[in-house]
Design a protein around this ligand. Structure first.
Ligand code: SF4
Ligand code: SF4
Length: 357
């Protein structure tokens, strides 16, 4: 990155991040998800030409990170061209998959197309639990065989684990991930309701927790961060923030969805996030969507709440520089020296393992 690019990034409050669900089709049958309910006749693949045009608009608007998801994104026929287009635009790409369609040749193609990070979801602490929940017999064995291949290709995978009743003992879950060969894990917080078109939720007992149960889960994840050799990527500070939310305290680190993060569905409609239902416009017109900063605290989705803690510092520095440029020294110095900046920096250092390929 050149000095000019770094300065631009600082003035912008750090990078933008967009999740695009390139299809609503999935080949798995997870109970805590509603994608399996999409009928064959209702399956949609994002229009490749529109998607590629949209990636350029995103890049021009400061989106430097892109996560392609689904449904199952490996079902999307234009996945490799889309990744290649993002690579050519210098956008870092992440891909979130159940892993069933991965092959050694596909892994090499993904790497050549510029994929930076592969996230593979694992639901339960044994092969039998995971495979039965996904409805894909042999899936765990397949992933176990491919993890060394992924690492050789330079794609050290991240395990993504939804906190659910499939897991009785979180320590056992982490030992299982280590045995499968993972070195990094991120926990997804359970979701029973979303209002956008995204279907990665279900009103199912396996993810329906009381606030007290959720509080306990977050405490346990924090404890295990010190006790496991795996890198748990959710920052302690973000987990504590969600615990404060469960107790009714106001947020200290405002959610940046709509300002730095967005969700785009298979019809290439932009939403502020997975939770809020109002579409903001088509992807190609992303440059006309005004940024939103209104302190929303309506959900606890890790994809938005965790990075909002990391990025607080960068946003604070940008706010400070903007105030100083306006000649408002008091506001500028106040934003620059705010004590939460130091907490955010600690969280950022804790999350640095996201950046390893
Ligand atoms: S959780 Fe992922 S793999 Fe499972 S059904 Fe939903 S989209 Fe498919
Ligand atoms: S708090 Fe949740 S609902 Fe509100 S903007 Fe952030 S991600 Fe969306």
């Amino acid at each position: 990155m050149t000095g000019k690019e770094l300065l631009r990034l600082m003035l912008q409050g750090g990078p933008g991040f967009c999740q695009i669900a390139v299809t609503n089709a999935c080949n798995a049958h997870c109970h805590f998800c509603s994608f399996p309910r999409v009928a064959p006749g209702e399956r949609v693949m994002a229009d490749p030409a529109r998607l590629c045009r949209g990636l350029k608009v995103l890049r021009d608007q400061g989106v430097n990170y892109l996560c392609l998801t689904g449904g199952e994104p490996l079902l999307y026929p234009a996945l490799l061209p889309a990744l290649g287009r993002a690579r050519d635009l210098a956008i870092h790409t992440l891909l979130c998959s159940n892993g069933w369609l991965l092959t050694p040749a596909y892994i090499r193609d993904l790497k050549i197309a510029g994929l930076s990070t592969l996230i593979i979801s694992i639901d339960g602490p044994t092969a039998a639990v995971h495979d039965a929940h996904r409805g894909l017999p042999g899936l765990t064995g397949h992933i176990r065989e491919l993890v060394p291949e992924l690492r050789r290709a330079g794609l050290d995978p991240v395990a993504s684990v939804t906190l659910s009743r499939l897991i009785i003992d979180l320590g056992e879950m982490l030992r299982f991930l280590e045995e499968l060969g993972f070195r990094r894990v991120t926990f997804s917080y359970p979701i029973t309701r979303l209002n956008s078109s995204y279907l990665g939720f279900a009103d199912h007992y396996s993810v329906d927790f009381t606030p007290a149960e959720l509080y306990g889960w977050f405490s346990r994840v924090k404890e295990l961060k010190a006790a496991t050799s795996l890198h748990i990527l959710n920052p302690r500070l973000a987990l504590s923030e969600l615990q404060r939310r469960l107790r009714g305290h106001p947020p200290r680190f405002p959610c940046l969805a709509g300002y730095k993060y967005w969700f785009v569905d298979w019809d290439l409609q932009v939403f502020r996030c997975h939770y809020l239902g109002e579409p903001l416009g088509p992807l190609e017109e992303f440059c006309q969507i005004p940024p939103i900063r209104n302190g929303c605290n309506a959900c606890a989705i890790d994809c938005y709440r965790d990075p909002s803690v990391y990025q607080y510092l960068a946003v604070s520095v940008a706010d400070s520089l903007a105030a100083l440029r306006r000649g408002n020294w008091l506001a500028g110095l106040g934003a620059l020296l705010h004590p939460y900046n130091f907490l955010s920096l600690a969280a950022l250092l804790e999350g640095r393992h996201w950046l390893r390929g």
